[in-house]
Structures are given as structure tokens and as C-alpha cells.
Design a protein around this ligand. Structure first.
Ligand SMILES: C[S@@+](CC[C@H](N)C(=O)[O-])C[C@H]1O[C@@H](n2cnc3c(N)ncnc32)[C@H](O)[C@@H]1O
Length: 303
């Protein structure tokens, strides 16, 4: 484990590279026939980072046929299934009348710009300061405008992010739609519980939450995963791509569904595999993609 409680990153170092890789996969997923998702901002955001390796990934030009490499199309399939899940959650919450949304650990996700939010919606997105600064600057340079009122907040989610939310106008009395996509594994087991507790404290009745999670991320600690990371590091010519199991916290953690149910939420959980089946998509078993493909997806409503 190379993490420590004060570490930070940008989009080309440490944990931040996961946001870049996911955005490149979203760009690739968007351009394929029969795409489940449409994210027109993913490629320009990746392009603005100026790293050939990620742009090739976005454009489907990375060779995934060597034993040591991942098939980019399989990554894009997993990312598309996950993106679609969170997109649908937010759109359903908006249709149900929720007008306040919080996107935790947004990375290069451009949902404030690409989803058809009701105009009176207020969206808060949070991530590390350098991640937010890059995204805000790049989208503004593109002339892209959010479809809702947007507050982009650069802060470490291990710090006092509720205070930062309140400073930007977050209203505890309004029901909120929360998402935490691809985040929990980068927090310790205790920090995961604290995040759920904090969201609960900030949530008015009828608030909703969607998260992806794992009961134990030790499944990501495989020789196959390390082989793939090594190959990706070499191919990226200097990007600080680490093995996933060095960036996340391994070992058992609470079942998010049970944990939230014990705190007043009503939770429904599916697996990523079930979402593949529901979308009539082939499910891929590459061990190096366990973090993506063996995830649980939960949707919760506060009673
Ligand atoms: C796998 S990426 C997912 C990004 C985005 N949700 C998506 O799916 O495209 C993980 C994200 O979590 C963010 N993250 C992890 N730990 C964090 C922390 N302590 N504070 C702020 N952001 C964090 C990273 O910066 C990164 O953007």
C-alpha cells in the first residue's frame, strides 16, 4: 500500500490516473455502434491532458491483443454499464422532483454539462483541487455550459467537505440526489462508513443515493492485475500508473446496503454482472478488471 492519509494527486499521478483512464474508456464507449452512453466531453477532456496513450485509448487505437494488456473494448463495456447506472439514477431522481444533486469524486465526469437537468437544479461536484481546476478550466475553454447551476468544489473528501458544500449554498432541508461512483475503494473501510454517515446527516427525507462498492477489494490484488499495470505504465511513457491494489484499501469492509439500511435508508443492490445481463451485453471475466466488473451497485432512498 503506497497511500497515506495526506496524499493528493492530479489527473496524471496516483489515484488521479484512474479518473483519466475512466474518461478515456467513456470516450471509447461513446464512439462505438450501439453505445449505451453518450459523453461528448470525455474525449476533449482527455485530449486536453496531452498524453498520447490516453488519447489512443479514447480513439480505440490501443492494441489490446498482447497477453499483458487489457482489451480497451472490455474496459469500455464495464465503464459504460457503470456510467449508465449512475446516469439513470440521476435522471430518475430529477424526474421524481429532486432539484439538488451532489457528485462526489466526479473526476472527469461531465454530467453537469451533458445530462438534461431541469433548469432549476443545483449540482455540486467535488474532487481533489487539481482535478476540479483542470476540468473547470478545460470545459470553460471549450465554451461548454452546464445545464444546471453548478458548484465545482476542489477538496479532499477526507477533509471537511460538508463545510465546503455549505459555503457554496448546499441546503440540508432539500432532498438531495447523491452519487459516489468509483470512490469507495479509495477510502479506508472506516472512511467509507464515515462517508455514509456524513451523507445521512446532510440528507433531508426522500433524499436518494447511488454508490458502487465491494465487500472486499482483495479481489483486485492479482498477478494478472500487476502484469497489466506494468504493461500500461510502459506503454504510457512515464505516466505514474500504479497497480490498482496499491491505490485502494484492501480487506473486508461493511456491506453498504446493510450499513445504509441500519441508518434509515431503504436500499436495493444489484451486481455489475446483473446489469450486463439486463442490457443484453456479454460479461467479461478479466481478473484485472475485478474492481470494475465485480462491483455491487446500490440505490438508496432515505425514509
Ligand atoms: C475511478 S475515479 C472515478 C471518477 C468519476 N467518478 C468517474 O467515474 O469518472 C476515482 C475518483 O475519486 C477521486 N477521489 C478518490 N479519493 C478522493 C479523495 N480523498 N478526495 C477527493 N477525491 C477523491 C479521484 O480523484 C478520482 O477522480
Amino acid at each position: 500500500m503506497t497511500r497515506d492519509e495526506h496524499d493528493s494527486w492530479n489527473l496524471l499521478t496516483g489515484v488521479g490516473t484512474t479518473a483519466t483512464g475512466i474518461a478515456a474508456a467513456r470516450a471509447l464507449a461513446t464512439r462505438r455502434p450501439g453505445a449505451l452512453i453518450c459523453d461528448p466531453f470525455a474525449r476533449p477532456l482527455v485530449e486536453a491532458l496531452g498524453v498520447d496513450y490516453y488519447l489512443k485509448m479514447a480513439d480505440g487505437e490501443l492494441d489490446g491483443t498482447a497477453d499483458s494488456t487489457l482489451d480497451p473494448d472490455k474496459v469500455a463495456d464495464g465503464v459504460a454499464i457503470r456510467t449508465q447506472f449512475f446516469d439513470e439514477f440521476l435522471l430518475e431522481a430529477a424526474a421524481a422532483g429532486l432539484r439538488q444533486a451532489v457528485i462526489l469524486a466526479c473526476g472527469l465526469d461531465a454530467r453537469p454539462h451533458r445530462l438534461p437537468w431541469p433548469a432549476d437544479t443545483v449540482v455540486y461536484e467535488l474532487d481533489q483541487p487539481e482535478v476540479i481546476a483542470f476540468k473547470v478550466r478545460t470545459l470553460a475553454d471549450m465554451g461548454a455550459a452546464p445545464a444546471a447551476t453548478l458548484h465545482s468544489i476542489g477538496i479532499d473528501l477526507r477533509q471537511d467537505w460538508p463545510a465546503a458544500l455549505h459555503e457554496h449554498g448546499f441546503d440540508d432541508d432539500r432532498p438531495t440526489a447523491w452519487i459516489a461512483e468509483g470512490l469507495l475503494g479509495y477510502l479506508t473501510a472506516d472512511a467509507q462508513d464515515l462517508l455514509c454517515d456524513t451523507i445521512t446527516e446532510l440528507s433531508a427525507p426522500a433524499s436518494r443515493m447511488a454508490l458502487d462498492w465491494h465487500p472486499d477489494l482483495t479481489i483486485t490484488n492479482s498477478d494478472r492485475s500487476r502484469q497489466v499495470s506494468r504493461a500500461e505504465r510502459e506503454r504510457s511513457h512515464g505516466v505514474d500508473i500504479q497497480d490498482i491494489s496499491d491505490m485502494i484499501y484492501l480487506g473486508p469492509r461493511n456491506d453498504v446496503g446493510d450499513y445504509l439500511n441500519g441508518r434509515g435508508w431503504q436500499t436495493e443492490t444489484h451486481t455489475a454482472q446483473q446489469r450486463f445481463v439486463a442490457n443484453d451485453k456479454d460479461f467479461h471475466g478479466d481478473e484485472a478488471l475485478a474492481g470494475l466488473l465485480r462491483a455491487h451497485y446500490s440505490v438508496a432512498t432515505l425514509r
